[in-house]
Design a binder for this molecule. Sequence first.
Ligand SMILES: Cc1cc2nc3c(=O)[nH]c(=O)nc-3n(C[C@H](O)[C@H](O)[C@H](O)COP(=O)(O)OP(=O)(O)OC[C@H]3O[C@@H](n4cnc5c(N)ncnc54)[C@H](O)[C@@H]3O)c2cc1C
Length: 371
Amino acid sequence: MAEFDAIVIGGGLVGAAIAYGLARAGIAAAIIDEGDIAFRASRGNFGLVWVQSKGLGAPHYQRWTRLSAEEWPALARELGERTGISVGLEQPGGLQLCLSGKELEKRHAMMKQMRREAGNFGFEYRMLDHTELAEILPGLGSSVAGASWTPYDGHANSLNLLHALHKGFIERGGAYLPNRTVTEASAAPHDFRLQLGGEMITAPKVVLAAGLGNAKLAPLFGLSAPVRPQRGQILVTERTHRIWSLPLGSLRQTQEGTIMLGSSEEDVGFDTAQKPEIMRNIARRAVLSFPWIAQLQIVRAWAALRVMPPDGLPIYDQSEEFPGAFTANCHSGVTLAGAHANAFAPMVAAGALDPVMAPFSAKRFDVPAQA
Ligand SMILES: Cc1cc2nc3c(=O)[nH]c(=O)nc-3n(C[C@H](O)[C@H](O)[C@H](O)COP(=O)(O)OP(=O)(O)OC[C@H]3O[C@@H](n4cnc5c(N)ncnc54)[C@H](O)[C@@H]3O)c2cc1C
């Protein structure tokens, strides 16, 4: 029987960031990971560290995202020093392009609401018109009406991030146990036992970070994680000289020079097929934004599934029935990596979530039925 201080179920970006934070805090942790399956979001994302649209009507989510963006540079530096892997973080701010006057108006209204809701916490943004944008973005299409800008946004190489978190975790003494699927567990307060084939693994703490797998696992631990898949498709062009270092919402150029075009939001269940009509629409918007993109070859394209809570906001919880069990679910695991490693993991290490996390509890979905 293998005994640990904490078990993290799931080795995607969410689980790896939390497990890294635990190992760094001196916790003897294990990651149990089913493996590299088709809808593993951590290998199919867009790589944005994106703040500007997060938390409309939910300022606690805006604050959590901002905290994460603030923690990112320290995490990136630390991972680079400890693992030798550059996660390619750039945080020059970000622009969200709007392709019509109506889109721009809607965006402006959203930015104003974000600032209002931020209150004393503040929310810096600017709206730019076509002329201002054309001065900073070469070859801008005439269809672009304008953009919103905030200083908080950035992007990173999310595959390197996943690799670095795993490497850093193992170097800190963590145990990575792949090709194991948790289907059953015995749970008691501060006593969790997982039977994995012939081996039994125990710990007084468990963190459910199994992405879409959390929906089935959560009830075993007195928790609820009603996440559903949301498909996103992405196209990638051949490499070209560096044109933009700042991400443009659904367009971003990697440090290697490829341009990523994305990404759709489709409710199609556990279907990871690519659809030509969606790909065409992604390419069409990109070419309307920058007509010269039409001359670049598309070299890769894929679809992957986001881990989507019912209201789009993350779910973080601790089990009242079985103290010591926690869950973390979100659709922005790249952006939130800083918060997961540097804020959420210390809470798990301390044994309880901070009261500021209460609005993220799945209890918000327990609305009594109308009489
Ligand atoms: C198209 C697309 C674009 C995106 N773009 C961005 C972006 O620009 N910025 C951003 O911040 N986020 C983005 N995301 C979201 C981000 O990728 C996810 O939030 C993040 O990867 C989720 O990580 P996860 O660890 O929760 O889930 P996953 O990556 O799915 O990992 C879950 C892991 O748990 C394992 N597992 C599942 N069930 C079990 C079980 N029963 N036992 C053991 N192991 C199990 C799986 O094998 C897997 O390894 C995007 C996602 C998609 C699909």
